[in-house]
Write a protein that binds this ligand. Structure first.
Ligand SMILES: C[S@@+](CC[C@H](N)C(=O)[O-])C[C@H]1O[C@@H](n2cnc3c(N)ncnc32)[C@H](O)[C@@H]1O
Length: 314
C-alpha cells in the first residue's frame, strides 16, 4: 500500500477529526497511537465464520484465527492508554457457542474483563410480563435476527460486547446511557434515582434498522449499529476520551459514532470499497448532526452531557 491515508474529515466546530486508513488495523493502531495511546478502542473483528468480505478471507483454521486474535490483543495492549477501555464485539453462532468466549480468553491474557455486555438484536416481550406501568398494550416481538434452519437450535438473537481494561477498575458513567425509572415513586431512595435514571444493565437492546436493500443500504456482511459504539464511548465517559480507534472499521459504524460523540477517531480497514462507504456515511452523519443543531455544526456536547439518542440509523 503506497499511502494508507484514505480520508481525513474535520468535525466542524470541534477540535476533532475523523481519519480513515487503508491499512492493517493491528499495525495501524500501534503506529497511530500517539504519545498517550487511545482512550478507547471499540471494534468488531472478523469472527472466522466464512463471511463474504470483499477483501478478507474469513476461514482460518481455529488455532490460527485465535493466534491472530492474540496478536490483536498485543496490538491493543500497545495502543491503549493507561486508563483506557477496550470494547470488543464478538458473536457465536448457535453451533459454536464457545467461539466468542475463546476470543475473549485470548484477549484476557493481556487485559482484565471488566464488564460483559449483551447486544440484544431481537426480543419478545409478553404484555403480562411488562407490567401495568409500562403501558405495553400487546405482546411485542422487536428487532431482527438472521434465521437459521434447524431442529436443534433456537435463533441467535444476541452478541457479546466484552469490556476490557488494564486493571478492571476503570470508572464508568453508567447513567450516561441510563434509562428512566418506570415507577419514580421509590426512585429517590437510591443515589442514582435522584436523576430519574437507573443503570441500563448489561442487556442492550439495539435492533438493526429495517432496510429494503442490503446492497444499497448496508453493503457489508457484518456490521454493528453505530449506537452500539456510541454507548460504549458514553459508558467509558465521553469527556475522558480525546482520541479513540477502531482497527476494523468496515463501513464506518464507529466513525458515525465518532461524529455523534465529537471525538477524534482513527479507523482502519483493508478494503477500499468499505472505506469509501464509511466516508459517505460520515458525511451523511455530519449533515444529520448539522440539521439537528440548526446548521451550527455537530451538536457539541450532547454526548458528553449524557443525553440519550434513539436507536441507530445504520
Ligand atoms: C466485523 S467487520 C467490522 C464491521 C464494522 N464494525 C461495521 O459496522 O461496519 C470486520 C472488518 O475487518 C476488516 N478486516 C479484516 N482484516 C483486517 C485487518 N487485518 N486490518 C483491518 N481491517 C481488516 C474486514 O474488511 C471487515 O470490514
Amino acid at each position: 500500500m503506497s499511502s494508507p491515508g484514505f480520508a481525513e474529515i474535520p468535525l466542524p466546530g470541534r477540535r476533532a477529526t475523523i481519519r480513515l486508513w487503508h491499512e492493517d488495523g493491528l499495525a495501524g493502531i500501534v503506529r497511530r497511537r500517539g504519545r498517550a495511546g487511545f482512550d478507547a478502542i471499540v471494534t468488531s473483528p472478523p469472527y472466522n465464520l466464512r463471511q463474504p468480505y470483499a477483501s478478507y478471507r474469513d476461514d482460518l483454521p481455529r488455532e490460527a484465527y485465535l493466534a491472530w486474535i492474540g496478536e490483536l490483543g498485543a496490538a491493543a495492549d500497545r495502543a491503549l492508554s493507561a486508563g483506557g477501555s477496550f470494547f470488543l464485539n464478538v458473536g457465536s453462532p448457535p453451533r459454536d457457542p464457545w467461539l466468542a468466549w475463546d476470543v475473549a480468553r485470548r484477549i484476557g491474557e493481556r487485559f482484565v474483563l471488566q464488564n460483559v455486555l449483551h447486544w440484544i438484536k431481537s426480543i419478545a416481550i409478553d404484555r403480562r410480563h411488562a407490567g401495568r406501568a409500562s403501558g405495553v398494550a400487546r405482546d411485542l416481538a422487536l428487532g431482527h435476527y438472521r434465521p437459521v434452519g434447524s431442529t436443534r437450535y433456537v435463533h441467535g438473537a444476541h452478541e457479546y460486547v466484552f469490556h476490557f481494561s488494564r486493571t478492571g477498575t476503570v470508572p464508568i458513567d453508567r447513567l450516561a446511557i441510563g434509562v428512566a425509572y418506570q415507577d419514580r415513586s421509590n426512585a429517590r431512595r437510591w443515589r442514582d434515582g435522584r436523576r430519574g435514571l437507573r443503570c441500563r444493565g448489561n442487556t442492550w437492546f439495539l435492533p438493526y434498522a429495517t432496510i429494503q436493500s442490503g446492497a444499497r443500504d448496508r453493503p457489508h456482511p457484518a456490521t454493528f449499529p453505530p449506537t452500539l459504539a456510541e454507548w460504549c464511548l458514553r459508558l467509558h465517559g465521553v469527556a475522558r476520551i480525546h482520541r479513540w480507534a477502531d482497527p476494523f472499521v468496515g463501513i464506518g459504524s464507529s466513525a458515525v459514532a465518532a461524529v455523534r460523540a465529537g471525538r477524534t477517531f482513527e479507523g482502519f480497514d483493508i478494503d477500499r470499497g468499505y472505506l469509501a462507504e464509511a466516508r459517505r456515511r460520515v458525511r451523511e452523519a455530519l449533515r444529520a448532526e448539522g440539521a439537528g443543531s440548526n446548521g451550527a455544526g455537530p451538536a457539541r456536547s450532547r454526548a458528553a452531557a449524557g443525553s440519550t439518542r434513539g436507536s441507530a440509523a445504520s
